[in-house]
Design a protein around this ligand. Structure first.
Ligand SMILES: *Cc1c(COP(=O)(O)O)cnc(C)c1O
Length: 359
């Protein structure tokens, strides 16, 4: 079976964890500080970075550190992982769902504009599948209305918009290091902030509200990353650029080799890092295509089969036709950097055959 994701953990990661274990210091320490500095330099344009225990915590604490809370509305696409909306709700704010742009799968700027009210505090762009949302238009829209631009960059390490790294366009961004993401720490996340004051608030929120031990300044969480995780992340970060190129090369191969279904399109100005390579299978043929691929030994994923606005915690009768169409049509195939040439050829052949069989 060719799996939809395959985390790359090698001898260097094992040695890094062993090095930490031998020190006996098992929680947050020098490895976390070094990981934050290195992530800032290589993946966050030098912005302050705060490492936490998950991407969801990064979004949640990042929103709180940005001053978003009860009474605020945050515009977010419904076509995303529920964590985007969960973080908004956990911050005490209200997610307001906007439809996506059909070609990028990211939030539609026009839909975001139409969703703005007097209570809107922020727009959360989700760089879905590794492609940044239209960050220049979203930035302009946010600036016009005096609201914050937030980036859910959990799938978009090293993606760029007009040459500038995803995660450095707004007030706050969150990255995830879950095992299926473009780099991993097992569980983990990174908050990227635009200024030192909000970075300090994020650090307080991460650790019980204290900077100096037992001098707690605010109510906070325990959302710390461990030094074992950070040590893995530091190794992974040294491989990220090379893995990203391999993802892009796999995607370019699929662009030329796959026929008969809707291929991903890359917006002008976007550098896509292909967390997922996602095609569209129209006319209710998706289940049959999934079965055909499974029979050929190819794992697939449907991200996401239900819009967040249709899930019980958020149920809203919003009119989001492109979101609902995408939930019926999308299918992701393996694009990860450990695919061999023969594996990606087998994936393309299996998809073409499965699509031909149902057309
Ligand atoms: C993975 C992901 C998250 C949450 O990250 P975790 O590390 O799993 O908590 C949030 N948003 C999006 C778009 C994601 O893909």
């Amino acid at each position: 079976m060719i799996p939809i994701a395959r985390p790359l953990i090698g001898a260097a990661e094992r040695e890094a964890v062993d090095r930490v274990l031998k020190t006996g210091a098992l929680t947050s320490g020098p490895e976390v500080a070094a990981f934050e500095a290195e992530f800032s330099e290589h993946a966050a344009g030098g912005r302050p970075c705060v490492a936490v225990n998950s991407g969801t915590s990064a979004l949640h604490l990042g929103l709180l550190a940005s001053g978003i809370g009860p009474g605020d509305e945050v515009i977010v696409p419904s076509f995303t992982f529920a964590a985007s909306a969960n973080a908004i709700a956990l911050a005490g704010a209200t997610p307001v769902f906007a439809d996506i742009d059909a070609s990028s799968f990211c939030v539609s700027v026009e839909a975001a504009r139409a969703a703005i009210t007097a209570r809107t505090a922020a727009i959360m762009a989700v760089h879905l599948f590794g492609q940044p949302a239209h960050l220049s238009d979203l930035r302009q829209l946010a600036d016009q209305h005096g609201i914050a631009l937030i980036e859910d960059a959990c799938q978009a390490h090293l993606a760029r918009w007009q040459g500038r790294l995803a995660g450095t366009h707004g007030a706050m961004a969150a990255f995830s290091f879950y095992p299926t993401k473009n780099m991993t720490t097992g569980e983990g996340g990174m908050i990227v902030l635009a200024d030192d004051d909000s970075a300090r608030r994020a650090r307080l929120l991460r650790n019980q509200g204290m900077e100096k031990r037992y001098l707690n300044e605010i109510v906070g969480f325990n959302a710390r990353m461990t030094d074992m995780q950070a040590a893995i992340g530091r190794v992974q970060l040294t491989r990220l650029a090379e893995w990203t190129i391999q993802r892009q090369q796999n995607a370019a191969f699929y662009d030329g080799a796959i026929a008969g279904c809707g291929l991903p399109s890359v917006a002008h100005g976007a550098t896509h890092v292909y967390h997922q390579y996602t095609v569209r299978i129209p006319d209710d043929h998706r289940d049959a295509v999934v079965s055909g691929l499974a029979a050929a030994g190819v794992g697939t994923g449907v991200y996401y089969p239900i819009g967040v606005h249709q899930l019980p915690p958020f149920a809203q009768s919003a009119d989001l036709p492109e979101t609902e169409k995408a939930t019926r049509e999308v299918l992701s195939i393996p694009v990860h950097p450990s695919l061999s040439d023969s594996e990606r050829e087998a994936v393309a052949r299996a998809l073409n055959d499965a699509v031909a069989a149902v057309s």
